[in-house]
Design a protein around this ligand. Structure first.
Ligand code: SF4
Ligand code: SF4
Length: 294
């Protein structure tokens, strides 16, 4: 990752989709503008839906490799099919969507009929928004190398931050703890975890916390729709205390949230006096104080 000494990076994560992570990111973008905004959820990018972007560039990203067969050289041995752990190849064809590009079949093909070729993985998009520049990635359907695409998007964000002298990056992270999440974590100063009060929410949080612990990244917590289960919200608060993941805000259900999403406007701008807007302002103030005192 390109070095931009004074830049602070905050990633907004959740163990799974649908917890309100993008709503939080868009509100922080509104509260702190201008920052470089990054949509690292390349499988289902949707931050742009809240930020009225104007696209200024879109370029292809060729990252994944897949096996390609030269039928003229193939002797039908079936060795590739026996070797492939991903059921991605038979004597008849290669299934691109399953091929992980590991290269084992290429190494073991007795007649040298297989090669690895780079294929289109997705697109890197740069845009302008009223809240700051936006870098995002779009994986092609069933595309591979999503982690590499996230890294490419992050590199673009670093370049934009440096060129425009912006000292903050807000990264809307992907759900889960896979390679895209790991790529989204590189070089971040703080992870903000957004969850809902449910047993599965706590389970997912523990997995993300473990990943963050591995990279020694400090974390804070926001509980969304806290009033649907106050007891579990309290459990999440206790878990956060024990794990040094302080609860910054417990946000109630707020019918202004879906209306803001439908309008494509950050909630803090759409309904500035709503309870969730107030909670997010408080959370952002805490994040900003931490970032610039660290
Ligand atoms: S291992 Fe090589 S020669 Fe054998 S079936 Fe596969 S591509 Fe053909
Ligand atoms: S490159 Fe790896 S995943 Fe792809 S077909 Fe060959 S053995 Fe299977």
């Amino acid at each position: 990752m390109a070095a931009t000494q004074s830049v602070r990076r905050v990633v907004i994560l959740s163990g799974k989709g649908g917890t309100g992570k993008t709503t939080v990111t868009s509100c922080f973008a509104d509260l702190t503008q201008p920052a470089v905004l990054v949509d690292a959820d390349v499988d289902a990018a949707n931050l742009h839906l809240m930020l009225t972007p104007e696209i200024i560039s879109q370029r292809e990203f060729w990252g994944a490799k897949v096996a390609v067969r030269d039928p003229a050289k193939c002797n039908g041995s079936g060795e590739c099919e026996r070797r492939c752990r991903f059921d991605a190849i038979t004597e008849e064809r290669v299934y691109d969507s399953r091929c992980e590009g590991c290269g084992l079949c290429v190494l073991t093909c007795p007649s040298g009929a297989l090669t690895l070729e780079t294929v289109l993985s997705g697109h890197v998009v740069e845009a302008r928004t009223p809240y700051g520049p936006l870098a995002s990635g779009r994986l092609v359907p069933a595309g591979e190398s999503s982690g590499k695409l996230v890294t490419e998007v992050r590199n673009v964000a670093d370049a934009v931050a440096e060129a425009e002298g912006l000292s903050l990056q807000l990264i809307d992270g992907p759900p889960g703890i896979g390679c895209t999440a790991i790529a989204a974590l590189a070089g971040v100063d703080l992870a903000l975890l957004v969850t809902e009060p449910s047993a599965s929410g706590l389970h997912d949080l523990k997995r993300v916390r473990q990943l963050l612990g591995h990279f020694q990244i400090p974390a804070s917590l926001i509980v969304n729709r806290c009033d649907i289960n106050p007891e579990t919200t309290e459990s999440l608060r206790r878990w956060g205390d024990e794990e040094r993941v302080p609860l910054l805000a417990a946000l109630p259900f707020d019918e202004a949230v879906p209306r803001a999403v439908r309008a494509g406007v950050p909630l803090t701008r759409f309904a500035p006096s709503s309870p969730v807007s107030a909670g997010l302002r408080q959370a952002w103030d805490a994040v900003a104080a931490w970032l610039w005192s660290a």
